[in-house]
Write a protein that binds this ligand. Structure first.
Ligand SMILES: Cc1ncc(COP(=O)(O)O)c(C=O)c1O
Length: 412
């Protein structure tokens, strides 16, 4: 037999976060803890179907008016409108002026991909592959790959994390914006920056917006954790809304994976804010072409759940309560972990654990210490030292804190 036509295909490396979870599953040690996964867990370490989601799923199952016909290519209209509304706010001038459009997407990743494809095809000249795309250092690793796969050739990083002070490197970030070529694209985390858990303050966002406006840089917000940072949807959307109020044209990729716990339903939205209705409609007409050749038509279940919840005042309140339950548990785990590390006298400072926000914390553990945690303690975390606070429970906190203490004191 002739050799396979695929004989020369090299094996791609596994996706780190999924590999970590697979390793965790195979680990037979009863003390094992998974701090790697990017999903909410209850205090019992279990996935959580939000009560409001369960209720709405039942409503959908009992609604005989629904069917499985194709949706419009751009998605379920009531989902798109409501999703953009919670990003931009009820009284958004851009919505009132009819210059907001949206595309239902397969998760936040789908929204980033459709936005990236559109920008490569139509922004800053046709088939524009040379426009620099700036991603924070560090960032969610998929930002880089999504823009690369969309055809962008010049992906750069901008300063974000100051490891020494365990906080935002605002000056580095502003310097990078000052020296970026005009029209460069900047991917900005709307809130709860992944992986550092460190966001600019409103005052710092104002400085960032001022430089971006003066230098004509394009803001592409990634909003994957609205509600998770502060427990308040409005607070967590402050930056996006401020940029809109400053007159920016922008994109905002929204994920409902985390704040609705709908990870595998793939429900996301790309909000487009333009100068006027005509611009937005032309942009959407091109995005429709991109969707047609990408997934052709979006799935309805997740979009129906979100649309039904967001369009009923009572369900909306219930959902906000569910989001707050998740955000509060994260806050509690932060303070509990910090107080344990401080009580143990673990070398270093641990205030960053409670100062950081959202699902993740950048512990400051180095790769060798991470390896020790995994190999010796069966505690799984990303090589960057990022931990998912939801992996902590009242039952494993002591063990995790003692293990971090050991890792930091034994391994330099
Ligand atoms: C920063 C960031 N953006 C986007 C996403 C994409 O989420 P989704 O699963 O909805 O595609 C994630 C998920 O982990 C994320 O952390």
């Amino acid at each position: 037999m002739a050799a396979s036509i695929f004989a020369a295909v090299p094996r791609a490396p596994p996706v780190a976060v999924f590999k970590l979870t697979a390793d965790f599953r195979e680990d037979g040690d009863s003390r094992k803890v998974n701090l790697g996964v990017g999903a909410y867990r209850t205090d019992e370490g279990q996935p959580w179907v939000l009560p409001v989601v369960k209720k709405v799923e039942q409503m959908i199952a009992n609604d005989n008016s629904l069917n499985h016909e194709y949706l419009p290519i751009l998605g379920l209209p009531e989902f798109r409108a409501n999703a953009s509304r919670i990003a931009l706010g009820d009284d958004s001038p851009a919505i009132k002026e009819n210059r907001v459009g949206s595309v239902q997407s397969l998760g936040g990743t789908g929204a980033l991909r459709i936005g990236a494809e559109f920008l490569r095809r139509w922004y800053n000249g046709n088939n524009n592959t040379a426009t620099p795309v700036y991603v924070s250092a560090p960032s969610w690793e998929n930002h880089n790959s999504v823009f690369m796969d969309a055809g962008f050739k010049d992906i750069r990083t901008y300063h974000y994390w100051d490891a020494a002070k365990r906080g935002l490197d605002l000056q580095g970030l502003l310097n990078d914006m000052e020296s970026a070529p005009e029209s460069s694209i900047f991917i900005l985390h709307a809130c709860a920056h992944n992986p550092t858990g460190t966001d600019p303050t409103p005052e710092q966002w104002k400085q960032i917006a001022a430089v971006m406006k003066r230098r004509s840089l394009f803001p592409f917000f990634d909003s994957a954790y609205q509600g998770f940072a502060s427990g308040s949807l409005d607070k967590d959307a402050w930056a996006v809304r401020y940029f809109v109020s400053e007159g920016f044209e922008l994109f905002c990729a929204q994920s409902f994976s985390k704040n609705f716990g709908l990870y595998n339903e793939r429900v996301g939205n790309l909000t487009v804010v333009g100068k006027d209705a005509d611009n937005v409609q032309r942009v959407l007409s091109q995005m429709e072409k991109i969707v047609r050749t990408t997934w052709s038509n979006p799935p309805s279940q997740g979009a129906r759940i979100v649309a039904t919840t967001l369009s009923s005042p009572q369900l909306f309140d219930e959902w906000k309560g569910n989001v707050k339950t998740m955000a509060d548990r994260v806050l509690l785990m932060r303070s509990e972990l910090r107080s344990r590390l401080e009580a143990l006298g673990t070398p270093g400072t641990w205030n960053h654990i409670t100062e950081q926000i959202g699902m993740f914390s950048f512990t400051g553990l180095n790769p060798k210490q991470v390896e020790y945690m995994i190999k010796e303690k069966h505690i799984y975390l990303m090589a960057s030292g990022r931990i998912n606070m939801c992996g902590l429970t009242t039952k494993n906190l002591d063990y995790v804190a003692k293990s971090i203490h050991e890792a930091v004191t034994k391994i330099q």
